[in-house]
Design a protein around this ligand. Structure first.
Ligand code: ADP
Ligand code: MG
Length: 332
C-alpha cells in the first residue's frame, strides 16, 4: 500500500530522515513513534507529497509520489501538524471548500459532508465559525477534512497534541473507528498513545527506524532483560568480587548509598535470568548483607526511552537482537 525506500531528507548539513525503509499494509493502524525532532513530520510530509525528499522513493498504491502525484495524493487524507483550517469560515463552509478542492462530484458533496460530520461528531457544530470552536472540535474538523473523499489511507500528524485528557480519549476512539475502514498512520511522541491505538509501531529516532513491530512483540523483545536494584553493606572490593561469581550478570552500576559503608547497585541480567537467590548467597558468603532488594523487568516505556536516547547504544543492541531472533526463526 505504502512503500518507502531509502528515504533521506537533508536540511543543509542536518540529516532529518536517514535512509528510512518500511512498508505499510492495508487495514491496520500504524504508529510512528519518536521524540520531538525525530523526523516524524518530515517523513509524513514527504509521503503525502508536501515536501520533496533528498533521496529515495515513495510509492502509494503503486503510484510514485513524484512522478504521479495526483493519483498518489488521491489515495491519502492528511491531517498535518498545523491543520489548514480557516478561522473565519463555518465548519460546513470549510468542509465544502475542501470537498471541492478534492474534486468530489457536486451532487455527492452534501451527502458525504453529512456522513463525515456525523462520523467525527461535529454535526451540531456545522454552522459555527471555526474560530469559536474548542481545540478538540477544531481537531475533529481537521480529521473530517482528511476523511473527505474517503481515501484508503489516512495520515495524522500528532493528532492529540494540545488536547485535554477527555478530548484525547475521544479523538483516540475516533481514530480507532477510522481504522476499521481505512489504513491509518499516526505519529506521536507518546508511547501509551501508540500502544493504545496502534496495531503496529515504528519507532524512529534521529531520522532512523530503530524498531518496528506490534506493541506486544516490542515489549517481549526487551522484557526479560531484568534489572535488580539493591543496597548492600560492604566495601567495593568485597562486593564486586562476590558479584563476579554470578555469571548471569551482564552489567553493574554502583554508587555510594546514603547509608555509610553501603553501596547501591543496579544490576542488569540477561533474558529470563533471575539472580536474586545467587545474589543472596554470594553476598552472605562475602559477609556483605543485603539491606534492600527489588527487581523489575523493562516496560515498553523503558524500551522506548532506551531506544531513543542520545547515545543510540540501546537502539543498536535491539537491532542486533531483532536480527538474531529473525535468524533463529528462519532456522526453525
Ligand atoms: P518530529 O516531527 O519528529 O518532531 P521533524 O520532522 O519536524 O521531527 O524534524 C526533524 C528534524 O529536522 C529536526 O531536527 C528539525 O529541527 C529539522 N527540521 C525540520 N524542518 C526543518 C526545516 N524546514 N529546516 C531545517 N530543519 C528542519
Ligand atoms: Mg512533528
Amino acid at each position: 500500500m505504502i512503500e518507502v525506500k531509502n528515504l533521506v531528507k537533508r536540511y543543509g548539513d542536518h540529516v532529518a530522515v536517514n535512509h528510512l525503509n518500511f512498508t505499510v499494509e492495508e487495514g491496520q493502524i500504524y504508529g510512528f513513534l519518536g521524540p520531538n525532532g525525530a523526523g516524524k513530520s518530515t517523513t509524513m510530509n514527504i509521503i503525502t507529497g508536501y515536501l520533496a525528499a533528498t533521496e529515495g522513493e515513495v510509492n502509494i498504491n503503486g503510484h510514485n509520489i513524484l512522478e504521479d502525484p495526483e493519483k498518489a495524493k488521491k489515495c491519502i487524507g492528511y491531517l498535518p501538524e498545523m491543520p489548514p483550517v480557516y478561522m473565519d469560515m463555518t465548519v460546513l463552509e470549510y468542509l465544502k471548500f475542501v470537498a471541492e478542492l478534492k474534486k468530489i462530484p457536486k451532487d455527492k458533496i452534501k451527502k458525504q459532508l453529512m456522513e463525515v460530520m456525523s462520523l467525527v461528531k461535529i454535526t451540531d457544530m456545522q454552522n459555527r465559525l471555526i474560530r469559536n470552536l474548542s481545540k478538540g472540535y477544531r481537531q475533529r474538523v481537521g480529521l473530517a477534512q482528511a476523511v473527505i473523499g474517503y481515501p484508503p489511507i489516512i495520515i495524522l500528524d500528532e493528532p492529540t497534541v494540545g488536547l485535554d485528557p477527555k478530548q484525547i480519549i475521544e479523538i483516540r476512539e475516533l481514530i480507532k473507528s477510522l481504522g476499521k475502514k481505512h489504513t491509518v498512520i499516526l505519529s506521536s511522541h507518546i508511547l501509551s498513545e501508540v500502544s493504545a491505538v496502534c496495531d503496529y509501531v515504528m519507532i524512529i529516532s534521529k531520522g532512523e527506524l530503530v524498531a518496528s513491530d506490534t506493541p506486544e512483540n516490542l515489549s517481549k523483545l526487551m522484557i526479560g532483560s531484568n534489572t535488580v536494584e539493591c543496597t548492600v553493606k560492604g566495601t567495593r572490593k568485597a562486593v564486586m568480587s562476590a558479584l563476579n561469581q554470578i555469571p548471569e550478570i551482564k552489567n553493574v552500576k554502583y554508587e555510594d548509598a546514603e547509608e555509610k559503608g553501603c553501596l547501591k547497585l543496579v544490576i542488569k541480567t540477561g533474558k529470563d535470568k533471575d539472580i536474586r537467590e545467587p545474589l543472596f548467597y554470594r553476598m552472605a558468603d562475602a559477609s556483605c548483607p543485603i539491606l534492600s532488594l527489588s527487581s523489575s523487568t523493562m516496560s515498553l516505556e523503558d524500551v522506548f526511552l532506551e531506544l531513543t536516547d542520545d547515545s543510540g547504544k540501546a537502539a543498536r543492541k535491539l537491532k542486533k537482537e531483532i536480527k538474531k531472533q529473525t535468524a533463529e526463526q528462519e532456522v526453525e
